[in-house]
Design a protein around this ligand. Sequence first.
Ligand code: RIB
Length: 310
Amino acid sequence: MSLPHVVVFGSINMDLVAKTPHLPAPGETLIGHRFSTVPGGKGANQAVAIARLNLPTVMIGRVGNDRFGQELLQSLQSAKVETKDILIDDSISSGVALIAVEDQGENTIIVIPGANGQMNESDIERLSSYLAGADSLLLQLEIPIAAVKAAAQAAQKLGVRVILDPAPAQSELPIELYPLIDILTPNEVEAAHLVGFPIESPALVAEAATVLQQRGVNTVVIKLGAKGGFCATPDEAFFFPAFRVDAIDTVAAGDAFNGGLAAALAEGKSLREAVTWGSAAGALATTKSGAQASLPDRATLITFLQQTDR
Ligand code: RIB
């Protein structure tokens, strides 16, 4: 059986990661434990997450004509992501993310977009040739919003499912973007930014999803980390539990969730099964360090699903 491919349109970053005893307070200088340079970027992480689950995956984005750009392309290629339409932009350096990860696994991230920030409607030409026959287009918010909107419009025209991860958190998305989205996947913080109220109880989680659906989104999946998540479609709404793991690094857990979700849907699984795949992939990603390095392969995910209770 040949499976439909999945397309990711978004950011590609080199992550400069410092492991620290705690996250620095304003004005504080900290002595960290360790430094590493690892491939990341929300778009590229989602592409690798899907490809590791053996789905044909295409990445459209930009890197700079520099050493980081070469390493970022190699990381995608070694995961078997199609990279031939990633633009190497001579005018600017590759995107980077400055990440602090503390001993309990929490993190802070500062992204310098570099080449990602140059993406515009001209990148849609390279995207368009991959949309026909695709199962889903995955989008995030580390590239200019005009490019995100144009990509979603192109996908909707061809009936390709649009999955938007509204990360990093933003308070305002253009209102005309919402009806272009089939599945919106904020975490708690991102959902609160979008709706303008804190998501402090299960009732408020459900209310936030309703607000987002009223703006035109078909399905909302709110990722609640160790508390699991909430899913609202036009027909049903349900909370789902998290898998319990010993988390050491939460970087890219949200990207792993979106990758697992999209891979399961591309295989024809139900939305309930897809959020279970997303939760499992997200949980597994927290058990290893790094962004792309932490994303599970198919055998690991399947074994985990068979052996782990929630
Ligand atoms: O979601 C994690 C990612 O956010 C990191 O890999 C970093 O590059 C930032 O984009």
